[in-house]
Design a protein around this ligand. Structure first.
Ligand SMILES: NC(=O)c1ccc[n+]([C@@H]2O[C@H](COP(=O)([O-])OP(=O)(O)OC[C@H]3O[C@@H](n4cnc5c(N)ncnc54)[C@H](O)[C@@H]3O)[C@@H](O)[C@H]2O)c1
Length: 252
């Protein structure tokens, strides 16, 4: 009998920052492939939960600030006790702060590094321990084009995303033999709340659009296929890789 290598039926997937934006799109595409969704987000969005349940899977939101590292053990225990197995972890939650580097405040540097880097590593560690015991798991860390490029006025974000892409290879080296695939997705310029300042800046918006070969900003739904692929058996021999989903930006 033929089996579908992209089928996620019966899998349990955690999506951080899944209440809106790209996280919501990742959650929806995984749900569409059959996975139950657990959203871990500082904000709850009941409309998102409703839309995900419409795919015929379960969806719950856990309101949690990922900068509360001392509460990670409780988070893992409560999720694992309830679901027994966690098959997929999408570390998507992120924040952006923009200032010229000469003025970049330490408080914003710490915020961006805590949410975009430290939380990603310690979530991988916390759920990686559980996945290693299970002997299988898929971890997808959301990087950025800023893992490859420097950007303007976003040094903390660039530092965090470059590091996420780097340490994902380190984890992959240690965990690939244990049945855990650790990979990244690097989205290009996607129309979400995070990018409203760029879209509203006429000059930056024009410069960005001119450089994207696809000729448009990405939509959150453009990212779903890469997430399903990396969450599914179809990618079982892919480790430490970063899939760029950018309408061709990096090819210029
Ligand atoms: N939008 C883009 O163009 C783009 C491009 C490259 C990478 N990314 C990355 O994709 C991810 C999602 O971006 P987005 O554009 O959807 O952003 P967004 O601001 O629309 O959504 C971010 C989500 O993360 C949650 N969140 C933020 N801080 C949190 C915390 N401390 N604890 C728990 N949840 C928290 C928010 O509540 C929100 O639901 C981020 O990691 C971002 O860096 C986005």
């Amino acid at each position: 009998m033929k089996s579908n290598p992209f089928d996620l039926s019966g899998k349990n997937a955690i999506v951080t920052g899944g209440s809106r934006g790209l996280g919501k799109a990742f959650a929806e595409s995984l749900a569409n492939a059959g996975a139950n969704i657990i959203i871990v987000d500082v904000d709850r969005n009941e409309q998102t939960e409703k839309e995900i349940k419409a795919y015929g899977v379960s969806c719950e939101s856990i309101t949690f600030d990922l900068a509360n590292f001392e509460q990670y053990d409780d988070l893992v225990n409560s999720i694992v006790n309830k679901y027994q197995h966690i098959d997929i972890l999408v570390n998507n939650a992120g924040v952006q702060r923009r200032h010229p580097s000469v003025d970049f405040p330490k408080s914003d540097w710490d915020l961006v590094l805590n949410v975009n880097l430290n939380a990603v590593f310690f979530m991988c560690q916390a759920f990686g321990r559980h996945m290693i015991k299970q002997g299988q798991g898929k971890i997808i860390n959301i990087a950025s084009l800023l893992a490859f490029q420097g950007g303007f006025t976003i040094p903390a974000y660039t530092a965090a995303k470059s590091a996420v892409m780097g340490f994902s290879k380190s984890l992959s080296n240690e965990w690939a033999s244990k049945g855990i695939n650790v990979n990244c997705i690097a989205p290009g310029y996607i129309a979400t709340e995070m990018n409203i300042p760029l879209m509203n800046d006429e000059t930056r918006n024009r410069q960005i659009m001119e450089r994207i070969p696809a000729g448009r900003w990405g939509q959150p739904s453009d990212l779903g296929g890469a997430a399903v692929f990396l969450a599914s058996p179809a990618s079982d021999y892919i480790d430490g890789h970063t899939i760029v989903v950018d309408g061709g930006w990096m090819g210029r």
